[in-house]
Design a protein around this ligand. Structure first.
Ligand code: C5P
Length: 206
């Protein structure tokens, strides 16, 4: 049976961690849709026009490990993500993934609003810009990719601004999304809050 969990929110709010844990808990497949835009952004940085890159995207393009996790690729991703033709090229793949048998978790910016407006469960995961920048800074330091904190914070704010203010599929909570602010939650608490919210929806849809 198909059951779609849409998890949206800004950069470094904890979506990725929550999505992976939720997918493991329910035995669902997980798609990090940010990787699609990062893969297109990486191609743009390599000189391929963004729309061509989106139309020709292949599974192997998503499997580049930390190469897609750099701040440069993140910025390029948020630039290509503002191009309607790029977004349109990626819709069918995401919708097919969402309706696969056995359940799916998709995390991104527009899953509950545009890609899967009929998702059975929708979460919007957020946290203050400072908290998110602090987490991203620690993550980048672990990978040896760190800029200074002020640069990471500016980067997070710039990406928020572009993602929230673009004309096509801007970042915003779906009307029926459950909001989870992770600023003062541990990872375990955030995951448990998400699972409880989804369990309620599963109860309603069965
Ligand atoms: O989630 P992540 O930080 O990997 O996403 C990179 C960029 O891709 C975001 O800043 C956003 O501009 C874009 N994106 C999007 N829609 C999604 C997922 C990501 O526009 N569903």
């Amino acid at each position: 049976m198909a059951f779609t969990i849409a998890i949206d929110g800004p950069a470094a709010a904890g979506k990725g961690t929550i999505s992976k844990a939720v997918a493991a808990h329910f035995g669902f497949a997980h798609l990090d849709t940010g990787l699609l835009y990062r893969a297109v952004g990486a191609k743009l940085l390599a000189g391929v026009p963004a729309i061509d890159a989106a139309l020709a995207l292949e599974a192997a393009d998503l499997e580049q490990g930390d190469l897609l996790r750099t701040p440069e690729v993140a910025q390029a991703a948020s630039k290509v993500a503002a191009i309607p033709e790029v977004r349109a090229a990626l819709v069918d793949f995401q919708r097919a993934f969402a309706r696969r048998a056995g359940g799916a978790v998709l995390d991104g910016r527009d899953i509950g609003t545009v890609i899967c407006p009929n998702a059975e469960a929708k979460l919007f995961v957020t946290a203050s810009a400072e908290t998110r920048a602090q987490r991203r800074f620690a993550e980048l330091q672990d990978k040896g990719l760190a800029d200074d904190f002020a640069t990471v914070l500016a980067d997070v704010k710039e990406r928020d601004d572009r993602d929230m203010n673009r004309a096509d599929a801007p970042l915003k909570p779906a009307q029926d999304a459950v909001l989870i602010d992770t600023s003062d939650l541990s990872i375990d608490q955030a995951v448990q809050t998400a699972i409880t919210a989804i369990d309620e929806k599963r109860g309603q849809s069965s």
